[in-house]
Design a protein. Structure first.
Length: 145
């Protein structure tokens, strides 16, 4: 019982780190699209941006979110296979989504919704919210079988 309380406290602390990343995003990361997507972006062109600086900022933010998310998943399930699969998912998603995001940014702003949603997957820890119930279901399914 004591181990599970400690686990939930650590998971809660890691989620607070994810919240802190979001709360201090304007201080920690370069992202000219934050203000762009908060406004009436349907009628505006993309803002000017430094591609390398944006990429490095996205990489740093994604890596922080991924490491914290992997910690959450490991603490919740204590399963190295789940953690390894999650790592591959995080790496694969970044390798797939980041180039698509930059290709969309280099074109016209007609694909603003697709750009918006890809950016969301890159800057927010969405995958942990998908993987927790998926692994929970998998764990329950394995116990029944």
């Amino acid at each position: 019982m004591r181990q599970s309380v400690r686990t939930y406290i650590l998971v809660g602390l890691l989620f607070l780190f994810l919240v802190a990343i979001r709360a201090f995003e304007n201080v920690l990361f370069y992202d000219p699209f934050t203000a762009y997507f908060e406004g009436n972006f349907l009628k505006k062109n993309y803002p000017d941006f430094n591609g390398l600086h944006l990429f490095l900022s996205l990489l740093f933010r994604y890596a922080l979110n991924a490491v914290i998310s992997l910690g959450v998943l490991y603490l919740l399930f204590r399963n190295k296979a789940y953690t390894k699969v999650s790592l591959y998912i995080f790496i694969g998603a970044f390798v797939l989504l980041c180039p698509v995001y930059f290709v969309l940014l280099s074109g016209s702003s007609d694909n603003y919704l697709l750009t918006f949603y890809i950016r969301r997957f890159l800057i927010h820890p969405v995958f942990v919210l998908i993987l927790i119930p998926a692994f929970y279901y998998q764990q329950k399914k394995q116990k029944v079988a």
